[in-house]
Design a protein around this ligand. Structure first.
Ligand code: PAF
Length: 299
């Protein structure tokens, strides 16, 4: 069956309920996106399709999470290609509302406050970004929620987020836990090119030379991962020096943090052998783009 496009919350509700009933399904999933989809999003969608009876993907470029109006305008919009990618992944429904549908009467007066976990890392250079992202995620989670109209009891409800945006994922998990959203958040591992570069819609703005230079990010993360797996001291300083030796890369941060609080785990990073669970986070500017990457550590 071909993928179906809906643009209003009302149609989303009726169509997802109809599909759930038609399939005799007992689970529904949401894959929130801003479009400009790549293989990383395809992996999110395929994972959701493999685990749920009805899968909804949303495509909405959320003005609340952009600092500069030019960035919002410049954000790539590729609806036809996005629909083809989601269709190939087996998604049932695409919810692509316009701004007035999501924010009737203008920007919302009440918003989600992401709190102190949003002050650091990406939040430090993008004030208000995570408040805007969580506000729309809260709304999208409500739009995508299966209704009792499905007639199959209470369907399971899952939402899929990439580990690539580690801080966003941690904040969404906290919001859902702290505010009792009835949804299971499913993290999906980062998809990389064969040379290690994490897929991102921003990679298209890198020249060949900048792209080559950007590989130092995943190389440095791999170094940390290998040390963690070997239960060696992580020696974050030497990994930082590797990144800083690349002249086209301007390092913003490279830290090892607690995956639940995003606070730095300083004692694990230097002389002592690494134990436990952590997240190595990196961000750097390469030419015109800011790139982020991370690797989960678990010894
Ligand atoms: O990760 C994204 O694409 C966006 O931040 C999200 C989760 C769709 C909210 O706009």
């Amino acid at each position: 069956m071909a993928i179906q496009l809906v643009t209003t919350a009302a149609r989303l509700r009726t169509e997802s309920a109809r599909l759930l009933k038609e399939k005799g399904g007992s689970s529904q999933a949401l894959v929130p996106t801003m479009g400009a989809l790549h293989e990383g999003h395809a992996e999110l969608a395929r994972t959701a399709v493999g685990q749920n009876d009805v899968v909804v993907a949303s495509i909405f470029v959320n003005p609340l999470q952009f600092g500069e109006a030019v960035d919002l305008e410049r954000y790539p919009r590729t609806l036809e290609a996005d629909l083809a990618l989601l269709d190939a992944a087996g998604v049932d429904l695409v919810f692509a509302p316009d701004v007035d549908e999501v924010y009737p009467g203008g920007e919302p007066r009440v918003r989600i406050s992401a709190g102190p976990m949003a002050d650091k890392w990406e939040g430090a250079s993008r004030p208000g970004h995570f408040d805007g992202a969580l506000t729309v995620v809260a709304k999208l989670l409500h739009y995508g929620m299966p209704g009792a109209a499905a007639g199959t009891g209470v369907p399971a409800y899952r939402a899929y987020f990439g580990q690539k945006d580690a801080q966003q994922l941690a904040l969404v998990q906290r919001m859902v836990a702290d505010l009792n959203f009835p949804v299971e958040i499913v993290p999906v591992p980062t998809v990389r090119s064969a040379d290690g570069l994490a897929l991102s819609s921003r990679n298209r703005f890198l020249s060949a030379e900048q792209r080559e230079a950007a590989l130092v990010l995943s190389r440095a993360l791999r170094l940390i991962e290998e040390r963690a797996n070997a239960r060696q001291p992580l020696d974050l300083d030497s990994a930082r020096a590797l990144v800083e030796s690349q002249p086209l890369v301007d390092l913003d941060y490279f830290e090892v943090v607690d995956p639940r609080t995003l606070e730095p785990l300083a004692e694990n990073c230097r002389e002592t052998p690494f134990r436990g669970e952590a997240l190595a986070l990196i961000a750097a500017r390469v030419g015109p783009v800011r790139l982020i990457d991370n690797v989960p550590l678990d010894s």
